[in-house]
Write a protein that binds this ligand. Sequence first.
Ligand code: MCN
Length: 765
Amino acid sequence: MSILGTRVLRTEDPGFLTTGGVYTDDVADERLAGAGHVFFVRSPIAHARIRSVDVSAARAAPGVIAAFTGDDLAGLPPLAPPMPDTIDGRMAQPLLARDVVRYVGEPVAVVVTEDPYQGEDAAELVDADYDPLPAVVDPADAADGSRGLLFPEAGTNVTATFGDAAALQPDLFDGCEVVVSRTIVNQRVAPAPMETRAAAAAWGEDGRLTAWIPNQGAQETRGVLAAMLAIDPASLRIITPDVGGAFGAKFGADPEHAVVCWVAGQLGRPARWAETRNENLVGMTHGRAQRQVITIGGRRDGTVTAYRLEILQDSGAYPRFGAFLPMLTILMAPGPYAISRAEAVARSVVTNTTPVGAYRGAGRPEATAAIERAMDLFAAETGQDPAAVRRKNLLARFTEPHRTAFGAVYDSGDYVAALDAALAAAGYASLRAEQARRRAAGDVIQLGIGLASYVEITGAGAEAGGPRENASVEVHPDGSATILTGTSPHGQGHATVWAMLASEELGIPVDRITVKWGDTDLIPQGGGTGGSRSLQQGGVAVQQASRELLGVARERAAAMLEASPADLVFEPGRSAFEVAGDPEAAVPLATLAAAERLMVRTVFLAPGATFPFGAHVAVVEVDTETGKAVLRRVVTVDDAGTVINPLLAEGQRHGGIAQGAAQAFLEEVIYDADGNPLTASFADYPFLSATEVPSFELADMATPTSYNPLGAKGIGEAGTIGATPAVQNAIIDAVAHLGVRHVDLPASPQRVWQAIRESSAGKGA
Ligand code: MCN
């Protein structure tokens, strides 16, 4: 019986639940003995010219080994933005600010102390003198330059544009019977992983640097870090300890990581750093942060014929991956719908706020939120049921790739079936009946039902020739096996699933297979984990390597058994080759490994990205007197093709839904007009805990892709993509009969209450 598709328990968990993980701050390697502890002095002002930074008093403080300012690091290159061809290099972030600070939290100096607890006190003694400049906080102000420029030498705050705004068709909505337009906000959120950022660095006598950093792909981290340190990547070894969540924000490396490495080199002794929660909330890249103008038009019968999406992306103070998010948003703009005329444009701007990076879904949740809000606005305007409007406009089932007007090639999809399955599982008709009953009765607590149909892109890759990943599989003489993978799990369970994939081929029990990742000396190449690429590329590479290993083993077994390779059958139960019809004549893989090393490394080259899809139904209750919404149910269909381990895929859906619902309800990074962060602690930055969410109802659907032999697409981000608009739509739906058409994210009680007050019914009341 196949192990694939079964609920194998996570092999990672016994360790996590007993002895616990070993995170970067826990690493007790002897190379780190006597490490100095780095503490960053950060700008308290959003935008200012630096007059001076005086570290002399700090240097004299107890336990201080050294203190450095931007001038000390002046020779090092800045953190180059990704895709440097598109972005003005002058907007790159220096490792420590020298002339100007551009966000609250930007590192301006470091102190290095004997004891980690001495750093914060010593940092207080650093005397930084600032000349405040006007802070540009609102992206609209940034776009028109009315409050000044962050980089006067660049002549603009616009870092990148996507699509040609001048070419927007003035007649796009001509002939539409109904047109609705609205500005909506996809708010800035903080990734807030349980483990904050950290680093530990030690230079060896051979001149090589070893750095322990929590990351999503050691090889990418090595490249980015080496560039900032101006060293040959070959002289840098990245080791990835356990990672306590990343959500997109631990890809590559940040200036702080480079500074810690530089400090270690400068002092000739190891250095380490672990940031506080407060630092994490202002220092780690944020996510989302789009303002969107959506315009949708069509016929009164609910047919959508035209759609326009205009995006203003807040990139924060220095363009990082966030500046490119609109590219993905535009690619996925029409979602799962057949809209004959659609166009989308975007501008990314710099503001005096924390830089924006990737956050679970990275660009695609923003596309789904926009079109799903548009669909509901259109349904309300035409007086149609939101489910009916969606069903009318969804692309019909397709099994051959479908190219959209935006250049995405959807591999396979059955969007109507996904919607219908979600509606059936939710009991949509009876929910609407219950809603009608409460509305007729004028109940204070009203029921809201929100829908979101989605299609997203996973495993996208910019590599020439297509996305790829490598894996090696080695069988040992004792019959166990080791897998080396270029992916980098941080909660996704690759150790379990990669072992399942090899076990399926090689007949070696899962618990005898070790999976290794995240050490660049051991695994020099790898694409890491992000964009829900890992199973469809890295997992498939493990399967491919296992199969190739069997090919090698067959030849060797044939020689050993003096038989023709074609006459051998592989018997997984014994992990051995047998001569067909003569089970006595057999040779186990372990025996072959004892005779000669049995190892295969391979690269899987994917034909392209895959496009998982689904439908979410959220049910909320809203108190119409206070605006407070409570999440009652979330029912989802998330079709990621063939599922290899339903337990892990469901875990990913659960986590994603909770995260997506939290964006709809309450998460938001807030700045005041001067660029001061108002959400720099968990007292002010709320997220959902298990007590605030119901048990999610997950319906199954699997439309395999032909792009890999497993038929698998990605599942890691689906929850965040469907849940946010479904919950937002549900909250609005609960008060739609009062005339409310829209509530911005997060739909906090205050916003809902305000919307009711300002609605037609509220005004009338
Ligand atoms: N899987 C499966 N069948 C499928 C698809 C996936 O059994 N058809 C399983 C895979 O084997 C894997 C897991 O589900 O164990 C997720 O696989 P995949 O969809 O390939 O996604 P990745 O492993 O590449 O994970 C990346 C994704 C992203 S982009 C973010 S952000 C994210 C997420 O995963 N951040 C997370 N999930 C997270 N989960 C935790 N706990 N912490 C994070 O920081």
